[in-house]
Design a protein. Structure first.
Length: 255
């Protein structure tokens, strides 16, 4: 695999082209990647949960795993507090379109996802209020972020296909996006944009990327979506992953 990335196809939902081929840079071989600068970063992190537990023990996910992630995000961001919610499991082989959507967080979703942002800026404000309370959300000087925390849950295999591509928000042009109601939509892909991915993500890493920041304008989060790796072996194991939402709370002294 070339160290500077690969050419791959990203899919899009809604009006405009359904798919676009673009160059996706290897973030492991790129300097200057950080949660603060590019809106995403990987961190070493171990979980006590085994692969099977992610599929079979929702209570353990919501108690043990949520707490593990909250402590990890608090450590890497220096936040006052972190509150986790709403996880989603993905596995292309276990995904059943007939039943997915009827079992809440027990559902196993597809690994094929079009480029998107998880929610609008207004929805991000609602999420913060629901988890920290309206009074805290209105405190002068307090700063809130919502991060997507993404992990390979396979005990056996690194991710070899259906990687997650992330767009560096600083490389977007103002007219690249549309949408005043609901999540913003990326309607243009061009050579000015910088897309990244992390090949070979393991269970001992978490990929963290920003979806909302109370100190930044709407649409400042990371657009992201999966893509098929043209260099992946034909017998590559299915991607198994979990993502969850972390609301990060910074007191005035932390900003």
């Amino acid at each position: 695999m070339a160290t500077n990335g690969i050419d791959a196809t990203l899919s899009f939902a809604g009006p405009g082209p359904n798919s676009i081929k673009t160059h996706i840079l290897n973030a492991r071989q790129t300097d200057g990647i950080s949660l603060q600068k590019t809106g995403f970063e990987i961190f070493p992190h171990r979980t006590s949960l085994k692969t099977a537990e992610f599929y079979s023990d929702e209570d353990r996910i919501k108690s043990v795993y949520y707490d593990e992630i909250a402590r990890a995000i608090k450590e890497v961001t220096g936040a006052e507090d972190v509150k986790c919610s709403m996880h989603r499991l993905r596995n292309g082989e276990k995904y059943d379109p007939e039943t997915c959507g009827h079992n809440g967080s027990r559902d196993v979703h597809n690994t094929k996802t079009a480029v998107h942002m998880d929610f609008s800026h207004a929805k991000g404000q609602e999420i913060v209020k629901s988890l920290v309370g309206a009074k805290t959300a209105r405190r002068p000087g307090w700063h809130f972020q919502i991060l997507n925390v993404w992990r390979n849950i396979s005990d056996a295999n690194p991710i070899q296909n259906d990687h997650l591509a992330l767009l560096d928000p600083s490389s977007q042009a103002p007219d690249d996006t549309e949408g005043l109601i609901g999540p913003p939509r990326l309607t243009r892909v061009g050579s000015h944009q910088k897309w990244f991915y992390y090949p070979g993500l393991t269970k001992e890493e978490i990929l963290v990327f920003k979806q909302y920041d109370s100190c930044m304008p709407a649409g400042a989060g990371c657009f992201h979506g999966s893509f098929e790796d043209p260099t992946a072996p034909s017998d590559a194991p299915p991607r198994e992953s979990i993502e969850l939402r972390a609301v990060v709370i910074f007191a005035p002294t932390n900003t």
